[in-house]
Design a protein. Structure first.
Length: 490
């Protein structure tokens, strides 16, 4: 009988699960979609009961009619999302998702209460942003007093699912570090932030080590898993990074997903003094990571293809992009379709397509979109290295990593070798790896290289003036490409 672990990820769009054997091979996978509610512009919510039902369904799909022994199970999940529970553990109101940005005014209130941004960065490790948990709770204090009176517990999505599985109310550092309630430098819940947001320490989960066994499955909904040890999972970014081998300083991963991210491991919890980067705990003890965010990566390409190149397949796009030279024959694309996060921290920034002439081809325009994302990721990478965090052993993952042309372009632009892991299944694979390690399994051989991209020195040199033009364009247009659209008066 084959021995396996289960890794679950409570994502925004779906709950995903993997059944993985002790060699790291994915035996089976399952996914159940989650409905997102958007009651008002900028608001995003989900019902935690949907996560639980989806988790049960995924676990049943993974374990039915399989001749396997389940050793352990671990659950990871989306960061920052606020899950409000009453004294019995029942949900008080829908969870406010990480992508919800209603708490803009509360961010300034919290920053002021903590003595300004410089003091906040030094104390917590991160600037106050509406995506984080603390300003969301303060918003509830201001607007939903009746709900707040009923709230006895506050946790993250994966903590809620673990509570349903085991009956234990516990969290761990990688997810806690994304709440703003938790001090990344030094660790522990921060009383000053709790007081400013109106949260009692008793409302927050007990903190246990990521990867530790926190109990056994006791819920009646999963009889086939009853008694199986449940391992404390982590925040999705931290656990996904572990799933592709980010374990020590110098390890990093570039994700070409809907948004682009760079996660870079560091042993020193040094906040970015400019607030361009987030600082969080990794899924390993005494390890941290800086995270840079480009809000539109594959999202920018998908947007452009859907509106202006719908008749082209991804393979055809690859072909014509490869035929256009470095610099896209003068066309520059600023990929700020969803604002800017790193390094500009400008949510109102807009996208720009600049430098077109009658001589430009469709391939030039599409290559400019690819290069614009690569330039944005280079700016993000430079913000990371500015803090002293090295980028040495760099992986590339996400949907965009399936494009060999884009990955080579990124390696050339960054001037860094990149490699793709054989298994790119995100946080669910990292969760399975955590679960396996807790069962005493050596997982050092789980992460395997499937593709390498070595920078071409000639292309790297050719990218330099193009990159400088890209930055100069952003700076020169900044006064005109920021701000909300204004109504036109007739």
């Amino acid at each position: 009988m084959k021995q396996c672990t289960i890794g679950i990820d409570i994502g925004t769009a779906a709950v995903k699960g993997l059944l993985v054997d002790t060699a790291g091979t994915v035996v089976s996978m399952a996914s159940t979609p989650i409905r997102i509610s958007t009651p008002r512009p900028g608001w995003t919510e989900e019902d935690p009961e949907d996560w639980w039902k989806a988790t049960v369904e995924v676990c049943e799909q993974l374990t039915v009619d399989r001749n396997v022994e389940i050793l352990t199970i671990s659950v990871s999940g989306q960061m920052h999302t606020l899950v409000p529970l009453d004294v019995t553990g029942a949900v008080v109101r829908p969870a406010i998702l990480w992508s919800d940005v209603r708490a803009v005014e509360e961010c300034q209130e919290l920053t002021d209460a903590l003595g300004g941004e410089e003091q906040t960065l030094g104390r917590i490790g991160n600037p106050v942003m509406p995506e984080f948990t603390a300003p969301k709770f303060l918003w509830l204090q201001h607007h939903e007093a009746e709900s707040v009176r009923r709230i006895a517990r506050v946790c993250m999505p994966k903590d809620y699912v673990a509570l349903r599985l085991t009956g234990r109310f516990a969290g761990e550092p990688s997810d806690a570090s994304g709440t703003l309630f938790y001090r990344v430098p030094g660790g522990g819940w921060d009383q000053q932030v709790l007081d400013a947001a109106g949260v009692r320490a008793s409302m927050l989960p007990e903190i246990v080590d990521t990867g530790s066994i926190m109990g056994a499955v006791v819920c009646p909904e999963l009889p086939r898993l009853r008694g199986i040890p449940v391992v404390a999972g982590g925040a999705d970014n931290a656990v996904a990074s572990l799933g592709c081998g980010v374990q020590q300083a110098g390890d990093a991963v570039v994700k070409l997903g809907t948004r682009g991210t760079i996660v870079a491991a560091t042993e020193v919890p040094q906040p970015d003094p400019a607030g361009r980067l987030c600082l969080f705990n990794l899924a390993l003890k005494n390890q941290y990571y800086h995270m840079a965010v480009v809000p539109a990566a594959c999202g920018a390409l998908n947007w452009f293809q859907e509106r202006f190149a719908r008749d082209l397949s991804h393979g055809h796009i690859e072909e014509i992009v490869a035929q256009s030279p470095v610099g896209s024959n003068g066309v520059i694309f600023l990929p700020s379709l969803a604002g800017d996060r790193t390094p500009h921290r400008n949510p109102d920034a807009t996208g720009v397509l600049y430098g077109m002439r009658l001589s430009n081809s469709q391939g030039d325009i599409l290559r400019a979109v690819h290069e614009g994302v690569a330039f944005a990721l280079r700016e993000a990478a430079e913000a990371v290295t500015d803090t002293g965090t090295a980028l040495v052993n760099v992986r590339v993952i996400g949907g965009g990593s399936r494009s060999r042309v884009w990955c080579q372009m990124l390696a050339d632009c960054l001037g860094l070798p990149l490699w793709s892991p054989l298994v790119d299944e995100g946080a669910s694979y990292g969760s399975a790896r955590l679960a396996a390690a807790a069962a005493g399994i050596d997982t050092s051989g789980w992460v395997k290289v499937v593709e390498r991209y070595i920078p071409d020195p000639r292309a790297t040199e050719a990218f330099e003036p193009c990159y400088e033009r890209y930055k100069a364009l952003y700076d020169s247009l900044k006064p005109m490409v920021t701000g909300r659209p204004q109504a036109v008066l007739s």
